[in-house]
Design a protein. Structure first.
Length: 377
């Protein structure tokens, strides 16, 4: 019987489902879950509380699911902010309503469910803060021990959130990449599983549910554009994978154009698109800490998604991000963290270049809650 497998995103080599398999043994590229029969894949058991039509997932046993009621987040119209931009059809999907306050929870739910199914009882993760908090929470719920490596410069509230769930918290000096390196070293020294949410193919299986929810909320008239803050691209790639499955199943005709937004100080995706000579410098800093990723391992996949949906990558400056954070709070009552506000600064830039027109329908995920990333007084 054909089986669900892990496939290399580059050379298409395949591997059995395994928690430790993060990169292709042949070419070292990241892996993705592939179901037998592609779009006709049979949806198996679903996490408790996930509403809407069932989606293909790699989990075989209902008892494996670890869930905190993630997903099914509301979509609201942003008429005041839309008016500022001259955009009549602007919607936000309030991802900060997820159980740990960010979009990460669908991805974590599936990654930790898979860990439980495969009998893993201790994991290591590195994060700019939100994924670490999410994994710490779901690890607590499932009885899995978590080590979270996080930059010492991460917002205090995110570090506190990781700690309060009881995860062993390792603060690492230096840039975001130093936390990844320390986590990998810790894994090999202690023979532990590296549950990197950026590399894990299961995390993307969770984030793809975002597309299924959008499809259920918008029906056949999907938004024409989705604008997202992108660091490693887990939501960006997951959304595309979800829409692709829906398209192959004949349930979606045209995919939205997916536009990634980055910070001017850290913009590997934008540089690759615009063929700008750019390399991450040691001093490159932005207030949008969630997208401060100089060399994302899934960069080629992000580029593939944006090209195939005819998206445009844009970079935005910190003052514009702060301006939009304030505008969203003051005009709409939506308090998001700076990383999330970057998407709105990106929308403004995309309207200026004409990539998005005034009559278009736009959806933005508001990815993280404002209180998670507050500058010290
Ligand atoms: C609030 C927020 N938005 C967006 C992102 C970007 O997500 P990704 O790195 O998966 O592209 C992050 C990542 O940490 C985040 O914390
Ligand atoms: Zn390969």
């Amino acid at each position: 019987m054909p089986q669900t497998l892990l496939k290399c995103t580059r050379c298409r080599a395949s591997y059995p489902l395994d928690m430790a398999a993060l990169r292709c043994g042949e070419c070292k590229s990241p892996l993705i879950v592939e179901y037998p029969l592609g779009g006709q894949a049979r949806a198996g058991p679903q996490p408790p509380g996930w509403v809407g039509s069932p989606i293909p997932l790699p989990i075989r046993y209902p008892s494996s699911f670890v869930s905190l009621g993630e997903g099914n987040t509301p979509c609201v119209a942003l008429s005041a902010v839309g008016e500022i931009l001259g955009l009549a059809k602007l919607h936000a999907k309030l991802e900060f309503i997820n159980p740990t306050g960010s979009f990460k929870d669908r991805g974590t739910a599936i990654m930790l469910s898979m860990a439980k199914e495969l009998g893993v009882d201790e994991i290591v993760e590195d994060s700019s803060g939100n994924a670490g908090a999410s994994i710490a929470a779901y690890a607590a719920r499932s009885g899995i021990k978590a080590h979270i490596f996080v930059p010492a410069s991460a917002p205090a509230a995110k570090i506190q959130q990781i700690r309060v769930y009881g995860a062993e918290t390792h603060l690492i000096e230096g840039p975001r990449e130093a936390a990844s390196q320390a986590a990998e070293e810790f894994c090999s020294e202690n023979s532990l599983v590296y549950a990197s949410h950026n590399l894990s193919p299961y995390f993307i299986e969770g984030t793809k549910a975002f597309a299924y929810e959008v499809s259920a909320q918008f029906g056949p008239d999907l938004p024409q554009h989705m604008v997202m803050p992108v660091g490693n691209g887990s939501l960006f790639i997951g959304t595309w994978k979800g829409f692709q499955e829906l398209q192959m199943a004949g349930r979606v005709a045209t995919l939205p154009r997916l536009h990634p937004v980055q910070a001017e100080a850290v913009m590997p995706i934008v540089a690759a698109c615009q063929e700008i000579d750019w390399a991450p410098g040691p001093g490159a800093r932005t207030i949008a800490g969630g997208i401060s990723v100089g060399d994302p391992p899934r960069k080629q996949e992000v580029l593939h998604v944006l090209r195939s949906t005819q998206g445009t990558a844009v970079a935005v400056a910190d003052p514009a991000i702060l301006r939009w954070q304030r505008l969203l709070a003051e005009r709409e009552g939506v308090y998001c963290e700076p990383t999330s506000a970057a998407a709105f600064a990106g929308l403004e830039a995309l309207m200026e270049t004409g990539a998005i027109q005034k009559g278009d329908t736009v959806l933005i995920p508001v990815t993280g809650f404002g209180l998670k990333d507050v500058p010290p007084l």
